[in-house]
Design a binder for this molecule. Structure first.
Ligand code: BES
Ligand code: MN
Ligand code: ZN
Length: 503
């Protein structure tokens, strides 16, 4: 559940709780000035009294209004320095606002749209509302009682009061399509692994995306075996719940026969026990998030379809459950990948790269995309290196990296470029097979994993690998991302696709 954003006609009387902006050092926005006048200076005197409220971005101050006024309370929202207020800062302010007032007993609030130096009133209100909604996401599917007795009900509606409600709605809807993809990705990551497994996941993808016009193909374990996709097949072998590969195509761009596509690939290990190289018990529950890369990819497809993106996109997710059993693959096994390269398994917990290798080969051979980006919760080493804030991104093409960097700046999803090197490609060469699924030392684990994938990139296809091990799952709330499944990747990739096709 999340808040609903509405855009009532402007002639409606403003009642209830209203939100107005305040800039740094307590400078009232035009709408705040208006309310202040109507309330005989109540807001200015409240600012005088509350020295700790300085209008910093995301600060909130609630002021109750006298019984004879139209409104019940005014909520001052800090917007920071007027000249610095851009779309991302507006979203942060909106997210922090929800954190401050989402559980204060209000069921609805009205935001009075206002322009600022950099943003028109429609855009500023849309971005504040977007941040507000992104933060209000709540995963309560498994709660038999939705509301706690000792907590007030959650705020459910944000009304935007704007001079041009229709234009404001258009601006918001554009952002809301991205939230819809992000929320679906979060839901998938948060879903318990007894409910989300390859078969059920593939069905859900089909059910959600087909009606939106996305073409779907599902390969089951028998088909994968017949194809010779020895990587994903081996990883899925130990589980009763057999692997699937799902191919999605969105053809919103050129209809020319030779029109090229761009490609996305996601790791969808619905649960990673480590397999025979079993992980320690503590914290293993979190390995339900090991399908976070695939969630971002399917979430992106949903967003692209919702906004009818003028783009030709092909996406593949490799879905498997990594379990130990008498039928599981083992350390020492030598597999033949879909590409034909043989792989010596040295650790069954380095399974993601085996799944991805087959998906990467299939997408290249079948579609020859202009570029490919894969997303995967691939290594603990990535988390050690960059933590939860930045997604380490390995790219073999500087032009592609430049575009990703730009998309990162506009979306606020932070990427950091990591190195690829021949040395690491050598490090995963095997004594007995073509390559091995482990580096020779325990260092640079994220880089040797990337180098393993690089062995499967053909014809110098521009390619990026995003290791989202640290960013797909958060243990604490962030301004626009509540804890647990973050949906990381949908926003940055949507911006990338938009810029790639629309400039
Ligand atoms: N899914 C894990 C990586 C991971 C760890 C993601 C923590 C998110 C949080 C991956 O399959 C894995 O187990 N990687 C191993 C690789 C090692 C065996 C080379 C790791 O990072 O320990
Ligand atoms: Mn693993
Ligand atoms: Zn894994």
């Amino acid at each position: 559940m999340s808040v609903k954003v509405t855009f009532p006609k402007t002639d409606a009387k403003i009642t209830g709780a209203v939100i107005v902006g305040v800039f740094d050092d307590g400078v009232l926005s035009p709408q705040a000035e208006k309310q202040d006048k109507a309330l005989n200076g109540l807001l200015s005197s409240a600012l005088e009294e509350n020295k700790s409220f300085k209008g910093k971005n995301g600060q909130a101050l609630q002021i109750f209004t006298p019984a004879d006024s139209n409104t019940s309370r005014v909520i001052l929202l800090g917007l920071g320095k007027a000249e610095e207020l851009d779309a991302l800062k507006a979203e942060t302010a909106g997210g922090k606002l929800f954190a401050a007032i989402g559980k204060s007993g209000l069921s609805e609030v009205s935001l009075l749209a206002d322009r600022s130096k950099k943003l028109k009133a429609e855009a500023l209100a849309a971005h504040i509302a977007n941040g507000f909604k992104l933060r209000s996401y709540d995963f309560d599917r498994y709660k038999s009682k939705k509301d706690k007795d000792d907590e007030p009900a959650k705020l459910s509606t944000l009304k935007i009061i704007a001079t041009h409600p229709t234009n404001t709605k258009i601006a918001f809807d554009d952002l809301d399509h991205v939230s819809a993809g992000t929320f679906w990705a979060r839901d998938l990551v948060n879903t318990a692994p007894n409910d989300l497994y390859p078969e059920s996941y593939a069905k859900q993808i089909s059910k959600e995306l087909k009606p939106l016009g996305v073409e779907i193909e599902i390969f089951d374990d028998k088909k994968l075996e017949k194809m010779g996709a020895g990587g994903i097949t081996a990883v899925g072998k130990g589980s009763e719940r057999k692997p699937r590969m799902v191919i999605m195509r969105w053809n919103g761009g050129s209809k020319a026969k030779n029109a090229k596509s761009i490609g996305f690939v996601g790791k969808g290990v619905t649960f990673d026990t480590g397999g025979i190289s079993l992980k320690p018990g503590a914290g293993m529950d979190e390995m339900k998030m090991d399908m976070g890369g695939s969630a971002a990819v399917v979430g992106l497809m949903k967003t692209l379809a919702l906004r009818k993106a003028k783009a030709n996109v092909v996406a593949i997710v490799g879905l498997a459950e990594n379990m130990p059993s008498s039928n599981a693959y083992r350390p020492g096994d030598i597999l033949t990948s879909y590409a034909g390269k043989t792989i010596e398994v040295l650790n069954t917990d380095a399974e993601g790269r085996l799944v991805l290798a087959d998906c990467l080969t299939y997408i290249q051979r079948e579609y020859k995309p202009e570029f490919i980006i894969d997303l995967a919760t691939l290594t603990g080493a990535m988390m050690v290196a960059l933590g939860h804030e930045y997604c380490g991104t390995f790219v073999n093409d500087s032009a592609l990296w430049k575009q990703m960097e730009k998309a990162s700046e506009t979306s606020g999803e932070k990427l950091w470029r990591m190195p690829l090197d021949e040395v690491w490609k050598k490090e995963v060469e095997s004594a007995v097979a073509d390559i091995q699924n482990l580096g020779k030392s325990r260092y640079a684990g994220a880089s040797t994993a990337a180098a393993f994938l690089e062995h499967f990139i053909e014809d110098e296809t521009p390619w990026a690998h995003m290791d989202i091990a640290g960013t797909a799952w958060r243990k604490s709330d962030q301004p626009t991302v509540p804890k647990h499944g973050s949906g990381f990747g949908v926003r940055v990739l949507n911006d990338l696709v938009a810029k790639y096709y629309e400039g």
